[in-house]
Design a protein around this ligand. Structure first.
Ligand code: FUC
Length: 779
């Protein structure tokens, strides 16, 4: 009976999978094992990550758990800071920015060491799993490897590695299960008794391993920054075999003469999960009781529920997909128009990474998603609030992964209590604020250096992400649930704005334009200023959103009126400098680094829609000039942002040029702030080092070339480059207002389309240059 039920459920699953099948196979493939971490294949199920290198004699597999953070909750607010606020503001009014900056460094930053402190913590790798493979004749094995192939299927979220040695075919299959919440590795030989291997687990520090009842365990506790007793973690490894045996050796599993083995890895931490040991045990034991094929099918079905919502095809055939991916990257770099399949793969890889690096109820993707191979992940692997974590979420709505925005909303909700303390301590202000960085512990204080740490658009910018989920879904219950967060953020800005004596506008003070600096008339340089353009734009957008929300939810009339009055006194969405560029600051300062990677004052163009070519053409022109002077280089995230801006400026060819710039092959890992970017052989994006925002930003950028919906209508193919015009098809893009869009095009013209909505009605759509009222189809 049980067998029949299993068969039936497999049959049903196969029907579902086929029903949604993506017609294009989407594979990352390679003809050799990875030689550096940036060539390994990222697998993840929103919590657990695994990156196998496919080694033939020794394989290293980096394991991750997205919750594994050192540090702890701390109060780094300087409660005396507000006493210095009047003096800092006065210095800024007098044009003494560098003196104001010095005073901030002395009295107006966080207490302790900020992002460099043990309590702030960092995201870390969980462990390294090491598998040593022993072949009959080890020496000849190394030289007699044939038909080596390693791949990651984006259609199934399963990685594979196959090869042949001395007439034996070996196959490994890896996945981080979306069903059983464990990592699984199956290793098969096509001749009996050929598998001999040892499995070990380790991490560079703060852990111990042991074996109990055939289970290899790694346990430890990270530093919390105070008494050392921080987050606890556990990873368990168990192997089962067909034929042969599993023995336990010196802290290792020894598999002898097997034909097939399946390795299960279960892991957890005590982050909001005091019962983690029990849960880790339970996940492990239910995994190895389930037939492998069922686990795999359920995994694929769980993953495809999200992934299969969208398919994209450029051109009439997908060329070059039999080539190794690293070779494809090289070819694409030389001749970007020769492989229309690679941008599709790269686009879908961004969606894959989103699905794999976050899940509802858990954490948003950090600077590296959930993949880290070090104890000290670059920039602590944290959440940067001056573009990076926001960019990680830009593809979520438009590429039909809406619920993956919710973990960010929950992270933000968790920041509010400390953000209220920060608002009081520094500004004696209402509401809540976050500056430039946060972690899983709710850090909201200014950073440890005035030059970058005083930026205070972090909380307002996060509210844009929270808002977009509402704009795309129209979900009023969700709006109600985030209203107090938005209102608290608006209340902060509203109560801390000051009047700029020169212009009479209400502006922030002190603040900065993220990470950038300028020359003062006396030749000195400074970062700290009043009313940088990004603050003005963020506050304008936030106030408008809160006003709209309070009307929609029919509440808070008094507060709404206050914002309406203040809105009239805010600086405009942008000012144009004498050289025709958009001004980054209230004053026409000369920037110290004209090609700076941040172009924060174009926030109004994207993600906001305060500047558009049709409503504010002069400002849009000024944005173009700004971008031309800034240049097209930078870390991958900066290039990805430029794709989005050029897409909003409706220049598809320039957006495509930037995409090709972003997709330069690289293997560089040394930190570079200024130029370079690039894509590693495993398609992860480089700052360098690896930083995932470039992937997410590029996926959002490609979507923005195909569809836009910020100007009161849906625009089909607003910025399609010439080389994509011949033919294409996309199914499942989303537009604001909860519309789902399918379309086909030929020679740059939309030739068929369908717009779906949960309610029947009509919507304005710009098709081939004309805006029409289109009846929607009911989902
Ligand atoms: C921002 C950027 C850097 C880097 C860091 C993680 O501060 O300016 O380039 O991406 O975040």
């Amino acid at each position: 009976m049980k067998k029949i039920a299993t068969f039936f459920s497999l049959f049903l699953l196969s029907l579902i999978n086929n029903g949604n099948a993506q017609n294009v196979p989407l594979n990352l493939s390679y003809h050799k094992p990875a030689t550096q971490w940036e060539e390994t294949l990222p697998l993840g199920n929103g919590r657990l990550g695994m990156m196998p290198d496919g080694g033939i004699e020794r394989e290293n597999i980096v394991l991750n758990d997205i919750t594994l953070w050192s540090g702890s909750q701390q109060d780094a607010n300087n409660y005396d800071a507000h006493k210095y606020l009047p003096a800092i503001r006065q210095l800024l009014i007098e044009g003494k920015n560098s003196e104001a900056q010095a005073l901030i460094d002395k009295n107006f930053i966080c207490t302790g060491k900020g992002s460099g402190g043990r309590a702030y913590g960092c995201y870390q790798l969980l462990a390294d799993l090491q598998i040593d493979y022993h072949y009959k004749d080890q020496q000849s094995a190394a030289v007699n490897v044939k038909k080596y192939h390693r791949q990651l299927s984006l259609n199934t979220a399963v990685a594979q590695c196959t090869y042949e040695i001395n007439g034996v075919h070996y196959k490994r299959e890896y996945f981080t299960s979306f069903a059983g919440d464990v990592s699984v590795i199956k290793i098969i030989a096509d001749k009996p008794g050929q598998l001999n291997l040892n499995v070990k687990i380790s991490r560079p520090e703060r852990s111990s391993t042991n074996i109990s009842q055939g289970i290899l365990q790694l346990t430890g506790q990270l530093d919390n920054g105070t008494d050392g007793k921080g987050m606890q973690f556990l990873a368990e490894v168990k192997a089962i075999t067909t034929g042969g045996s599993v023995e336990t050796g010196n802290n290792e599993l020894v598999i002898k003469n097997a034909t097939e083995t399946i390795i299960y890895i279960s892991a957890g931490t005590d982050f909001k999960n005091p019962d983690f040991r029990k849960k880790t045990d339970a996940l492990l034991s239910s995994a190895f009781r389930k037939p492998y094929i069922v686990e795999k099918q359920q995994h694929i079905a769980g993953y495809q529920k999200l992934f299969n919502r969208l398919s994209l095809k450029l051109g009439s055939k997908n060329s070059n997909d039999t080539l190794a991916t690293d070779q494809r990257l090289v070819n694409f770099h030389q001749n970007p128009e020769s492989d229309l399949g690679l941008p599709v793969l790269f686009f879908q890889f961004g969606r894959y990474l989103a699905i794999c690096s976050t899940r509802v109820g858990l954490l948003p993707p950090n600077l590296q998603g959930l993949w880290a191979n070090e104890i000290h992940t670059p920039w602590n692997g944290d959440y940067h609030l001056d573009v990076n974590v926001q960019m990680n979420h830009w593809p979520m709505e438009v590429t039909n992964l809406s619920e993956l925005n919710l973990p960010l909303a929950e992270l933000v909700r968790g920041m509010v209590v400390n953000g209220e303390k920060t608002a009081k301590a520094y500004y004696e202000a209402d509401g809540w604020v976050a500056h430039v960085i946060t972690n899983v512990w709710g850090f909201t204080e200014p950073g440890e250096s005035a030059s970058w740490g005083i930026t205070k658009s972090g909380s307002g910018w996060l509210c844009n992400n929270l808002w977009e989920h509402y704009a795309f879904t129209g979900d009023k219950n969700y709006l109600r649930s985030i209203y107090s967060i938005l209102k608290g953020s608006a209340a902060f800005y509203s109560s801390m704005l000051v009047t700029d004596p020169k212009s009479g506008w209400l502006v922030t003070s002190p603040s900065s334009s993220p990470e950038n600096s300028f020359y003062l008339p006396d030749g000195k340089s400074a970062s700290v200023c009043m009313g940088p353009t990004i603050d003005n734009q963020i506050i304008r957008e936030l106030f408008n959103n809160v006003i709209f929300a309070s009307k929609t939810l029919n509440m808070d009339e008094q507060f709404r009126k206050r914002l309406e009055t203040e809105l009239k006194k805010l600086p405009p969405a942008g000012q144009i400098a004498h050289d025709g560029r958009l001004m980054e600051w209230l004053e026409e300062y000369k920037e110290t680094e004209p090609q700076h990677r941040h172009v924060s004052h174009l926030y109004g163009l994207f993600p906001a829609s305060l500047i558009t070519p049709s409503t504010t053409p002069a400002l849009a022109e000024a944005c173009k000039k700004t971008l031309n002077v800034r240049g097209d280089d930078g870390p991958s995230w900066s290039i990805a942002y430029k794709i989005l801006w050029w897409a909003r400026l409706e220049d598809g060819n320039r957006a495509f040029k930037l995409l090709t710039q972003l997709m330069r092959p690289t293997i560089k890992t040394g930190m570079n702030y200024t130029a370079g970017g690039g894509i590693y052989p495993n398609l992860l994006s480089a700052g360098p080092p690896f930083q995932i925002d470039g992937n997410f930003g590029a996926t959002a950028g490609i979507a923005e070339m195909l569809i836009q919906s910020h100007a009161g209508y849906i625009d089909l193919l607003p910025a399609i480059p010439d080389c994509w015009k011949a033919a294409g098809e996309v199914r499942g893009l989303k537009a604001r207002g909860n519309f789902t869009v399918n379309m086909k095009w030929k020679d740059g013209k939309v030739i068929s389309y369908q717009i779906f909505s949960p309610v029947s009605g009509s919507v304005k759509v710009k098709i081939n240059g004309a805006i029409k009222d289109i009846r929607t189809e009911k989902i």
